[in-house]
Design a protein around this ligand. Structure first.
Ligand SMILES: [Zn+2]
Ligand SMILES: [Zn+2]
Length: 400
């Protein structure tokens, strides 16, 4: 077995990739060449990963300036787009039906492509109403009270292995989305922890979700996805030449938006990580430290969890049986936590790695839960969601 050059402990490499030292974490931040590149260029990707690892695991400095820089950058971006539209309209108006009008129209088109994205409610999403899910909403109110969070305006459920909190539209409607496949396998106190974390995002001044900065980061995010060059297409020589040219233009546009996004993300990273840790603290306050940590240990194995959940969905297991089947995945393991740190570190990750978060919560002084979800209430919630569980199971069973 290879040993660590720093402390002579045996190296580990579960799942392959460059080995690291479980004792002193030497080489844990090494770039795994099997990663799917996020920036399109391997070299850039390696650099971004190194930066993200340092920002994620390094000591947290007070980032007061970052907040203002981020706000400034967001205002600049939105003002530049508004200016582009204004200039385009002015050119079209003053040069109507001359050659120069084309430039005005182009500017207007570009402004349209770059228009700020406020986000909106998903019309197809399944909304949960207090009338049909009284036990769920009673729990939500108790968690909101314990964490000092406002109630969300809209609660939705979907079939992802995730949960999220966001603000959408001009009025910044607070939306809580709970992925049923995840919810189904959580133990009662882990459910409290999940709600505590998500509601926690409505409490703290979360910069990436703030009105101005949220719109700027969302706009750039959607834009870089839209501009991502696709696979080359075949066809005639002329088509292929046009394809190559279009892809080159797209690639440049994509790189520019990605670079702008990296800049915003970089400016906001410390702040948004602090927001995540605050949300974790609120989760621990509501659910107790033990359940908050076990939820994160479960998420640190999200790949295996996903496999189990799909398998159990195909077998049509009830939430209780599915919950029992993933029991072994919530056991705390330092190497699993480290592996999640290596795999989840990214400039574009919405959260710090689950393993890092689990470790942080586990190191807090143990605290009892403020909200206790009894087995009876937990069963009542499952009964309310029963029909929706079934359709979520069908969806992930076909989704493969
Ligand atoms: Zn070592
Ligand atoms: Zn979060």
């Amino acid at each position: 077995m290879e040993t660590c050059p720093q402390c002579a402990a045996g190296l580990v490499a579960p799942g392959g990739g460059p080995p690291w030292c479980p004792a002193c974490e030497w080489n844990l931040g090494a770039y795994d060449e099997r990663r799917v590149p996020e920036l399109g260029w391997r070299g850039l990707d390696r650099r971004a990963h190194r930066l993200a690892y340092r920002l994620t695991t390094g000591p947290s400095r007070a980032g007061g300036h970052a907040r203002w820089l981020l706000l400034g950058a967001s205002v600049f971006l939105l003002a530049a787009i508004a200016g582009m539209v204004g200039l385009g309209a002015w050119i079209v108006y003053t040069t109507w039906l001359s050659f120069a009008t084309v430039f005005g129209v182009l500017l207007l088109l570009l402004g349209y492509v770059l228009r700020p994205r406020l986000g909106r409610l998903d019309r197809d999403a399944d909304r949960l109403e207090p009338a049909s899910a009284p036990a769920f909403f009673a729990l939500l109110r108790r968690v909101a009270e314990a964490t000092g969070a406002p109630m969300p305006d809209v609660v939705m459920v979907d079939s992802r292995l995730n949960a999220s909190a966001s603000a959408v539209g001009l009025r910044r409607t607070k939306v809580l989305t709970v992925g049923l496949p995840l919810w189904a396998v959580l133990a009662p106190q882990e459910r409290v922890a999940l709600l505590g974390h998500e509601l926690g995002h409505f409490v703290n001044g979360d910069v990436r979700r703030g009105p101005l900065t949220g719109v700027a980061t969302r706009t750039l995010g959607e834009l870089s996805l839209m501009l991502r060059p696709g696979a080359p297409s075949g066809g005639s020589l002329l088509m292929m030449a046009a394809d190559v040219l279009a892809r080159a233009v797209l690639r440049v546009a994509h790189t520019v938006t990605v670079a702008a996004r990296v800049l915003l993300v970089w400016l906001s990273m410390r702040e948004s990580q602090r927001a995540e840790y605050l949300a974790d603290d609120l989760a621990a306050r509501a659910a107790g430290t033990e359940a908050a940590a076990s939820l994160l240990d479960l998420l640190a194995r999200s790949e295996t969890l996903g496999m189990y959940v799909r398998r159990d969905a195909r077998a049509g297991l009830s939430p209780a049986a599915a919950r029992a089947s993933v029991a072994a995945l919530r056991v705390a393991d330092p190497v699993v936590r480290q592996r999640s740190i290596r795999e989840e570190v990214s400039m574009f990750a919405s959260h710090p790695p689950s393993g890092l978060r689990a470790r942080r919560i586990a190191r807090l002084s143990p605290a009892a839960p403020a909200v206790l979800l009894t087995d009876a209430d937990d069963t009542a919630i499952d009964a309310e969601l029963d029909r929706r569980y079934a359709s979520a199971r069908r969806e992930i069973a076909i989704g493969g």
